[in-house]
Design a protein. Structure first.
Length: 190
């Protein structure tokens, strides 16, 4: 696939089914993530793959997290939360590992980990793998973080849901960049 076409046409694929990406496809996605711009080459990221029945364990962890933060969670919300990881055959968790660095502040490390997440989406799309980047409150719960083995200096950048698209991919509309860009300093045209 042409690189520019990939950049312009990548879309999120929220409705996913089996099969999960192959080991080779996943490897390409991770290699793409590791090629992300990274000030100081400190590699401020790591990844967890959660597939098969382990997704059920992740759902239970999400429920634990929900109950620890939302005392009045009703049964509908609990069941919805439990089923979240089942929305794709594979969940890839992107984790930012923020360390003290004399030249690279924390926000730059987080941005690099975000670039890694984007690279995963792009490499998925290029290989015909459906992918969507999700966060929500389950990316912010300390109980979920500790259940996934995150330490204090780590945070979840996103859950990348990966699988085979159920529907044909939508064609994203053209968005005019003009309102988002200006020349500086501004020049008077008359
Ligand atoms: C940091 C981040 C977190 C996101 N979290 C969610 C989420 O929890 N749920 C969701 O439906 N979309 C979430 N999105 C947005 C989707 O991944 C997607 O980009 C958006 O729906 C637009 O679709 P598109 O990627 O096809 O343009 C998130 C995106 C980013 C960058």
């Amino acid at each position: 696939m042409d690189a520019i076409e990939l950049l312009l046409k990548r879309v999120s694929v929220p409705r996913l089914q089996e099969p999960a990406p192959t080991a080779e496809q996943l490897d390409v996605m991770l290699c793409a993530a590791l090629r992300s711009p990274d000030h100081g080459q400190i590699r401020p990221w790591r990844f967890l793959t959660i597939g098969g029945d382990d997704r059920q364990a992740l759902g239970e962890l999400f429920v634990k997290g929900l109950l620890s933060t939302t005392a009045d969670a009703n049964s509908e919300l609990i069941e919805k939360t439990r089923a979240m990881p089942l929305r794709a055959p594979l969940v890839l968790v992107v984790i930012a590992r923020i360390t003290e660095h004399p030249k690279v502040p924390a926000h730059e490390q987080l941005l690099a980990a975000g670039c890694a997440a984007h690279a995963i989406l792009l490499a998925a799309h290029a290989q015909g793998v459906g992918a969507v980047w999700r966060t929500g409150n389950v990316a912010e719960m300390s109980l979920v973080n500790s259940g996934l083995g995150l330490s204090d200096h780590e945070q979840i950048v996103g859950y990348m849901y990966l699988g085979t698209p159920i529907n044909s991919l939508r064609n994203p509309p053209y968005v005019d960049p003009a309102p988002f860009v200006a020349q500086w300093p501004s020049r008077n045209l008359d």
